[in-house]
Ligand binder design. Structure first.
Ligand code: GDP
Length: 454
């Protein structure tokens, strides 16, 4: 166990009234506090029906007491749970009794933090607990659950081990030149580095999918007034969020809607029509539209496909809006009002993917949904999907970058010291994901696997 921790207590169940509410205690005095409140010496991991008493021995509630002795508990410490009736007042009263018996109110996330410090879970798993609780779609919940079970951490740890072995090998060659290990010529360092790089790239792709499942995508709908942007928002949201009229310039401010399609959370922003306008309010709306597009993950550029633009290619249409559109954000062209032109809904790929659809009657909306899922890399949900966060993606990108640098060093200069340094940075990045390795671990690895201390 880490440190001489005090005993913490908190209401573990959500706010509001419910059938059952749980007070959780963790720390060296967890059992004695529970005993003071119930008068029961509970057996390990058995549910006891108890009366919960205040200091005057008056019954506050009746419920269950379960004790989990450390280290086989969630936090690794002694944990006691009092299952009371789930009213906010009774829970607060029982919690206050716990605090007056010597426990202290737990800080947010402190139970999970203790579990991490006591090596019961790693950082990814601690984060997965929070993600599981706050997940907005079933797919996000399932992937968070897989991360909690170790689906992501196991892969990180396996790659970390390979990376450390490689680094150990190279550092041994530097530290013990008398061994005459010509590690470049006589070994498969290059091959091992390339294999590692491939594995990191695969894990990075998985982490990006996991991040998308957790955070979703920001989708901005843009285009000329009256093209059908608000109608498209309403179709995607399957409700009338935006006002639809044939008066150009109706949507002057941004409209936001949060929906999900096939497990992908979408944060949709409907913007003011892009056109030159003397109206100050409309101009401000257009300025905001441009700003939103800068931070979008994907843009839907909507046109009315029954006017002059019908004969332009997607590249030519995008060029018309060149001054408004950011260059780096993926864009899909929506050729709207296919019901008027009596053309069937379709999806065509090209310089930009084009979807012919009708935002009025919904024809082709499913094609757009499928396309958005595919663009997010989620067209078919994998049972191996795990949840990930921006932090993990950045760390993996950092790791990949240092590995690539190491490879360049190796191919161009064969400079062992420089490769070792790149691998150390790569290891730090990878290790920061689970928070599991420190430099002491590396030393242990060196002496353990090479038996160098001869
Ligand atoms: P916005 O200004 O781009 O947001 O456009 P709206 O969604 O407000 O639509 C402008 C007008 O076009 C309204 O009268 C809509 O009913 C009409 N409209 C939008 N989409 C379609 C479509 O697919 N087919 C037809 N026939 N009319 C549409």
């Amino acid at each position: 166990m880490v440190g001489d921790s005090d005993t913490i207590a908190a209401i573990a169940t959500g706010p509001g009234a419910g059938g059952v509410g749980i007070i959780r205690l963790s720390g060296p005095r967890a059992f004695s506090v529970a005993h003071r409140l119930t008068g029961v010496q509970a057996k390990d991991r058995q549910a006891h029906f108890v009366s919960i008493l205040d200091q005057q021995n008056e019954v506050l509630d009746q419920g269950l007491l379960i004790q989990f002795p450390g280290p086989q508990s969630f936090t690794g410490e002694d944990v006691a749970e009092l299952h009371c009736h789930g009213g906010p007042v009774i829970l607060r009263t029982v919690l206050r009794e716990c605090l007056s018996c010597g426990a202290r109110q737990a800080a947010p996330g402190e139970f999970s933090q203790r579990a991490f410090l006591n090596n019961k879970i790693d950082l990814v798993q601690a984060e997965a607990i929070a993600d599981l609780i706050s997940s907005s779609t079933e797919a996000a919940a399932r992937s968070a659950s897989r991360s909690l079970s170790g689906a992501f951490s196991t892969q990180v740890d396996a790659l970390l081990e390979q990376l450390i072995r490689l680094r150990v090998f190279i550092e041994a060659a530097i530290d013990f030149p008398e061994e005459e290990i010509d590690f470049i010529a006589d070994s498969d360092v290059l091959e091992r580095l390339e294999t590692l790089q491939d594995s990191i790239d695969r894990l990075l792709a998985g982490a990006r999918r996991g991040r998308t499942l957790r955070d979703g995508l920001k989708l901005v709908i843009a285009g000329a007034p009256n093209a059908g942007k608000s109608s498209l928002l309403n179709q995607l949201a399957e409700q009338d969020t935006a006002i639809v009229t044939d008066i150009p310039g109706t949507t002057r401010d941004l409209l936001r809607e949060h929906i999900q399609i096939g497990g992908l959370p979408l944060h949709i922003v409907d913007t003011a029509g892009l056109r030159h306008s003397g109206d100050a309010i409309e101009q401000e709306g257009i300025r905001r539209a441009r700003a939103e597009m800068q931070t979008a993950d994907h843009i839907l550029l909507v046109i009315d496909n029954n006017n002059d633009q019908r004969d332009l290619s997607s590249t030519e249409i995008v060029a018309v809006y060149e001054g408004d559109l950011p260059k780096t954000v993926p864009l899909t062209l929506i050729r709207n009002k296919c019901d008027l032109s009596k053309t069937p809904a379709s999806l065509n790929s090209g310089a930009f993917t084009e979807v012919h659809l009708s935002a009025l009657n919904g024809e082709g909306i499913d094609l757009l949904r499928q396309h958005l899922l595919a663009a997010a890399g989620l067209s078919h949900q994998e049972t191996s999907d795990f949840s990930a966060r921006e932090r993990h993606v950045l760390a993996l990108e950092d790791c990949a970058q240092h590995l690539a640098q190491g490879l360049t060093q190796l191919k161009e200069h064969g400079a062992a010291e420089l490769i070792a340094e790149d691998l150390r940075y790569a290891q730090d990045s990878l290790g920061s994901i689970t928070g599991s390795f420190s430099s002491d671990d590396l030393l242990g690895e060196i002496f353990g696997s090479f038996c160098i201390g001869k």
